[in-house]
Design a binder for this molecule. Structure first.
Ligand code: SF4
Length: 91
């Protein structure tokens, strides 16, 4: 696909994990990994996300030090961890 908008509405037979490849007009290829969660888990998953956002990954002052998603978190890797390293070096 080059440019435009991509719509994809998977049916129940498409549950699982997929990797899609897109190509930008400048030739750069982008891989997008999509995980599709069965509908029966949506409410529980939403509750988990809301609670996680209220207790750990808060909009102001996220508790990255006690977060179990640090290894996967891009914000932690690119923003928080470099600051921690800089502070540790300054001591
Ligand atoms: S490590 Fe990432 S997901 Fe966890 S609290 Fe910090 S910003 Fe949120």
């Amino acid at each position: 696909m080059k440019g435009g908008v991509f719509y994809w509405q998977p049916g129940p037979g498409f549950l699982g994990e997929y990797t899609m490849q897109f190509e930008r007009p400048d030739g750069v290829r982008i891989l997008v990994r999509v995980k599709i969660v069965p509908k029966r888990y949506w409410l529980r998953l939403n509750d988990l996300f809301v609670r996680f956002g209220q207790t750990t990954c808060k909009p102001i002052g996220p508790k990255c030090g006690e977060c179990s998603l640090r290894a996967q978190c891009r914000y932690y890797k690119e923003v928080v961890r470099p600051k921690e390293l800089m502070l540790a070096r300054a001591r």
